[in-house]
Design a protein around this ligand. Structure first.
Ligand code: PDD
Length: 294
């Protein structure tokens, strides 16, 4: 539901959502020419903000768009936006486009970027999803070859996500030429023989901040971690499969393509890493929204 009074940020101003206006000639609208970030915020404390701002710089460099702000300026803006919301657990969305110009594919010279930020209530995964795991479907990854950039051109991801929804699943897990890449809006990790295996960060997947957090946490709790290419066969026969993202945190996959996965329950390695993740993230305000796990 849209709240017209929600305070958002647009090009230097904090204003009500209903008053935030962008030209139809904005290159974000015309070409999907821009990048974005989603930063989780618990109890008004951003989680891993420097990591998100570093990835933002990487995405901007990748599309050859100058960063309009220093890291310090971004931090100040994000915290100001967070402070203006009436709820404490938030997901900050920020996007930068190549600005407003006459339609022409080539970059417009001397045009200021469009900078937009909003912050929504943190969409905690449902207790049921944490305790019982989630369903996914699989598909061939037909997106472009720069999936390492967090661009707003998300049509490939949108179509894949809808495929999941069409099949009462939460995600579509993607394989490119038999290799596991990621899912439509999350990374994918597997468990083999008690250790975590993750696909290497290359140009075919987003370098997830939660993927990094999950691997760090796995190592910290003493689990073996192996980062290497994963075939479809290996993924489909893994002991466990997890999704990771800033808004889903880590979730266990318990159904794939309509059939139970593994023994159909979140596995022991998932439960250990999920618990350690909950202990390490900033403390959320809405503890009622926080599921526990047996
Ligand atoms: N999506 N891969 C894709 C394609 C994603 O869109 C995302 C995140 C991830 C996980 O990255 P991170 O752990 O840094 O959130 C992986 C965000 C949440 C979104 O588009 O809403």
């Amino acid at each position: 539901m849209l709240n017209p009074d929600q305070i958002v940020y647009l090009n230097g101003e904090f204003l009500a959502l209903a008053d935030a206006r962008v030209s139809v000639l904005d290159r974000g609208f015309i070409y999907g020419d821009g990048v974005y970030e989603v930063i989780p915020v618990y109890g008004r404390q951003p989680f891993r903000m420097p990591h998100h701002l570093r990835r933002l710089q990487y995405s901007l460099d990748g599309i050859r768009l100058a960063n309009p702000h220093t890291e310090g300026e971004w931090e100040t803006l994000v915290r100001e936006l967070v402070g203006k919301q009436p709820f404490s657990d938030q997901a900050v969305y920020l996007q930068i486009t190549r600005g407003v110009a006459k339609r022409d594919h080539a970059f417009p010279p001397g045009v200021p970027p469009t900078i937009f930020m909003m912050s929504n209530p943190f969409p905690f995964p449902a207790r049921e999803q944490i305790e019982n795991g989630v369903a996914v479907v699989t598909a061939e990854d037909n997106r472009w070859h720069r999936c390492d950039l967090k661009t707003i051109s998300l049509l490939g991801n949108v179509l894949m996500r809808q495929l999941a929804v069409d099949h009462n699943a939460v995600e579509t897990v993607l394989f490119r030429d038999d290799r596991l890449t990621e899912a439509s809006a999350s990374n994918v990790l597997i468990v083999k023989h008690g250790g975590v295996v993750a696909p290497p960060k290359d140009h075919l997947m987003l370098p997830g901040i939660t993927y990094d957090a999950a691997l760090e946490i796995a190592r910290a709790v003493g689990l073996p971690v192996d980062v290497r290419p994963i075939t479809r066969r290996e993924a489909m026969s893994a002991d466990e499969m997890w999704l990771s993202s800033s808004t889903r945190e880590v979730l266990a996959v318990t159904r794939i393509d309509g059939a139970p996965f593994g023994d159909g329950k979140p596995g022991p390695v998932f439960r250990a890493v999920w618990k350690a993740f909950q202990e390490r993230k900033p403390h959320p305000s809405d503890v009622a929204a926080q599921a526990t796990i047996r």
